[in-house]
Design a protein. Sequence first.
Length: 239
Amino acid sequence: MSSPIDTKSDLAEGHRTVWDLPVRIFHWLLVAAFVGAFVTDKMGVAYFGWHVFCGYAVIVLVAFRIVWGIVGTRHALFRNFVRGPGETLRYAASLLRGRPLPYPGHNPLGALMVVVLLVALGVQAILGLFGNDEIVNVGPLYGYVSDAVSLRLTSLHRHLFYWIAAAIGLHVAAVLAHRVFHGERLVKAMISGRKPSHIVGAHDAIHASRVWLASLVVLLLVGALAWVVKTAPAAIASN
């Protein structure tokens, strides 16, 4: 069933809901999975299994967000927040003037960052499935490629991390800048799902999170990934 949203409570506090529960859970789980992948990699080969598990989580989460960007609630849909170059440049100009144009959901630059991070994190995690630690552990899809190809993919996997980290740093800096210079509490909005009503009109608010549909999508994606891993050739490292 859909997860109802208390519209009366929103309006009493001068806020309306824009981010559904699945989007909010996705966001914070993706943060946790990325941090977990980084930490387990630094902890050494003994934690390779946990590192792979974090990679699985990233793949499922990114795939979910892509699907949810097609079938989800209003502000989760790509067609409602991904903007063209012209509108993105207009927003950037308004930001430089210190008077950013208001958007109920993602602003154009934020939308661009969402797309970049989804693509980069998805590619990063998929590359890891074919990788190896050059010691004893190999990724679950290592059996599909030669050792030489696996090493090249592992190198790409490692180097892409630094680009992703830089993008995340830019994302965090932008969120802090919006808070300091424009008073926008974007972190709070991604926790509560709500934004001030002067930004979110009555026609822009959402009234249900469609948790049942999100749960079904996640179950199907987990099942699909499990099937891909289970049916892959035996992942045995070359000596």
